[in-house]
Design a protein around this ligand. Structure first.
Ligand SMILES: *Cc1c(COP(=O)(O)O)cnc(C)c1O
Length: 342
């Protein structure tokens, strides 16, 4: 079996509206004095407000169903987009969903958390634990109660989840062919590593030659492997899932991870994010989010202003979603000036 045949042979439940569109951003390019800018709209994958986790969940839920599991468990921050999409995927598959969330129950939930409840997920509050630390505990309790849980790690970032972005790289490569586009770089938010790893593997398999530039969102706090080590680990294991000849060594991957746009840490909205969110909204009618795509777009703006691209280059921003978090972050966003860049 070839690698593309292997990819197609994994169990997959189709939730996403694919392919997601690629849209040009001519007003923004003009305002910045080039390069030509495009956006890949993975904020529009369709599952309960969409986002990048939907692509991973197609393969993760596919595996859960093939194993006869009856509930999904995952975890993250209280405003996790991943948890909200997992809750939706569970509902759409007739599975129960348990979420290990950081923080404590607010009086009235908003944003993603409100949606988790509407989608029928059971919430387990973990206080300071916002990376799914309680998942094994919850799984154990469910097993004792006679359930068959399927564990989805933080961010859905393991080799099976990453297959969603291997497939996305195939999709993008074929869109670039159709559009006659050869982006110099694809820029996207990177946080638990599955998106980045999947794109790296998919780019090798499907001949995507653009530079892949992940913008780190979450400061590495010194425990366990760093994000770039995790990305490399997921790359190797995803490659191993797909290579027909396990004895042939994997190619040399050198993922580019920009860690110079971390601001004051995860989920802290600074001036750079505010400017990016305001600029995309007022120039292109494009909604980013306060935690991930706002920060990654701020990184892209800084790279453009720093002269990292030629005016004749095409650069694609891969929008990974997250807009439901705009509402609970309202207090951080109201200071964005009301007038546009005209
Ligand atoms: C999870 C998430 C990311 C990061 O993707 P990873 O695969 O975890 O690196 C980026 N953007 C948004 C909106 C997300 O929810």
């Amino acid at each position: 079996m070839t690698s593309p045949e292997r990819l197609a042979s994994f169990p997959r439940k189709h939730f996403a509206f694919l392919p997601t569109p690629i849209v040009e951003m001519p007003r923004l390019s003009k305002l910045l004095g080039g390069p030509r800018l495009f956006v890949k709209r993975d904020d529009q994958t369709g599952l309960a407000f969409g986002g990048n986790k939907t692509r991973k969940l197609e393969f993760l839920v596919g595996e859960a169903i093939s194993q006869g599991c009856d509930c999904l468990i995952t975890g993250g921050a209280a405003q996790s987009n991943h948890c909200r999409q997992t809750a939706a995927a569970a509902a759409a598959s007739g599975l129960a969903c348990h979420l290990a969330l950081g923080g404590t129950a607010p009086e009235i939930p908003g944003g993603n958390l409100l949606l988790d409840g509407l989608l029928g997920a059971t919430i387990h509050w973990g206080g300071p634990k916002r990376k799914g630390e309680d998942i094994p505990l919850i799984a154990e309790e469910l097993r004792k109660a006679g359930k068959h849980p399927y564990i989805i790690p933080y961010g859905g970032s393991n080799p099976v989840g990453a297959l969603g972005y291997v497939e996305a790289a195939r999709e993008a490569a074929s869109q670039f062919d159709e559009l006659g586009l050869e982006p110099a770089a694809l820029v996207f938010a990177s946080s638990s590593g599955g998106t980045h790893a999947g794109l790296e593997v998919g780019a090798r398999l499907f001949g995507l030659e653009s530079r892949l530039v992940g913008v780190a969102i979450d400061k590495f706090e010194g425990e366990g492997p760093s994000l770039s080590e995790r990305i490399k680990d997921i790359i190797e294991r995803t490659w191993a899932l797909l290579t027909p000849d396990p004895s042939s060594p994997p190619p040399n991957f050198a993922p580019i991870l920009r860690e110079d746009f971390l601001g004051k840490g995860y989920g802290v909205v600074g001036e750079a994010e505010r400017e990016a969110i305001g600029l995309a909204a007022k120039t292109e009618g494009l909604l980013l989010d306060p935690v991930y795509s706002g920060r990654a777009f701020a990184g892209l703006l800084a790279m453009i202003r720093g002269g990292e691209f030629a005016a004749g280059d095409s650069v694609l921003f891969w929008h990974t979603g997250g807009s439901p978090a705009l509402f609970p972050y309202a207090a951080d966003l109201v200071s964005i000036p009301a007038t546009g860049p005209h």
